[in-house]
Design a protein around this ligand. Sequence first.
Ligand code: PMP
Length: 406
Amino acid sequence: MNYDQIFDSAIDRLHEEGRYRVFIDIMRNKGSYPNARCFHGHNGPKPITVWCSNDYLCMGQHDVVIGAMEEALHDVGAGSGGTRNIGGNTHFHVELEKELAELHGKEGALLFTSGYVSNDATLSTLAKLLPGCVIFSDELNHASMIAGIRNSGCEKRVFRHNDVAHLEELLAAEDPETPKLIAFESVYSMEGDVAPIHAFCDLAEKYNALTYIDEVHAVGMYGDHGGGISERDNAAHRIDIIEGTLGKAFGVMGGYITASTKVIDCIRSYAPGFIFTTSLSPVLVAGVLASVKHLKSSNVERNAQQQAAATLKLKFAEAGLPVMDSVTHIVPLMVGDPARAKKISDILLAEYGVYVQPINYPTVPRGTERLRFTPGPHHTEEMMTELTEALVEIWDRLDIELAEAA
Ligand code: PMP
């Protein structure tokens, strides 16, 4: 057995398919984001504009968040010092869980070290507690939900993306006595579309199923208090478990679920991904707490970001660029080929100082490779015009046809 040869051929395959991952080495500049410095392939840092950050509202650079983190670092030090059960349950953790439960109108909340872990730990544990449970999963669900479902060992039925009729067909085919869980996202991050939450909840009621929603790309972003699409659509009370991240709109790091006291107590007591790991640093938690509180009472960042996304979509459409039909803050451009998506991204970075990461399989299905732009509240109209002009020039250079201007 030649182990090196096996690893080499695995990597070669990625190169051949044009989807070998290259991480761009950057430093964001606090106070002047989306400007950043790029250390990639140059002798010194080069100024760039970042267009693909999931710090959607720039809360990771907000004074209120940074101030809270500095204060926490000064007051209590860097780390939590243990698992939640053994010394790592700081008052910041307790306060943040209260705040998140209240944000979603639930009895309780539970923090995890990331959104990925929250999905994996919760779904795998929950379904194990329900003997014979069948999980109904949207075909575009995130890898962390898929991992959780797989790790639960339960049977899974995959329904077509956002397809209410197909979900009903699958639910109706099961024994009424079988425990059921419907798992879906609110905002799909690569498409920018939104789940029909009420229709899914209607089915959950009709077939006596639990509902689990991943609001990772929506918390902080939608609803008058940042409670996500379920707040915006007045549906939070109809969902059993709402999951979110603290690393995107809230700008820091971590993940969580909110649910009834009973569900939270079960996950807290049975989920290895919660129990056997050091809890989040109190510095991070203090920053998130400030961020959540701020976004509960301020629509300024949300409104500015929505405005930026609408402007960018319009500019792309007017230029004939293949902007996908997104109803959210996400602005994806369809390319449809991994090598070409990488080429466009490389030219943007090298020649225009624009950083947008190409999105390839397995993040999106093969043949739907794309560039995903996430304009923030601080991307100016001038930046958007320059970006659009750069893309049109590259489309022309690579001989890709532009659509009729919208
Ligand atoms: N769910 C979805 C839909 C995601 O897109 C992601 C990360 N991109 C996660 C969960 C994981 O969240 P985190 O980055 O906090 O681990």
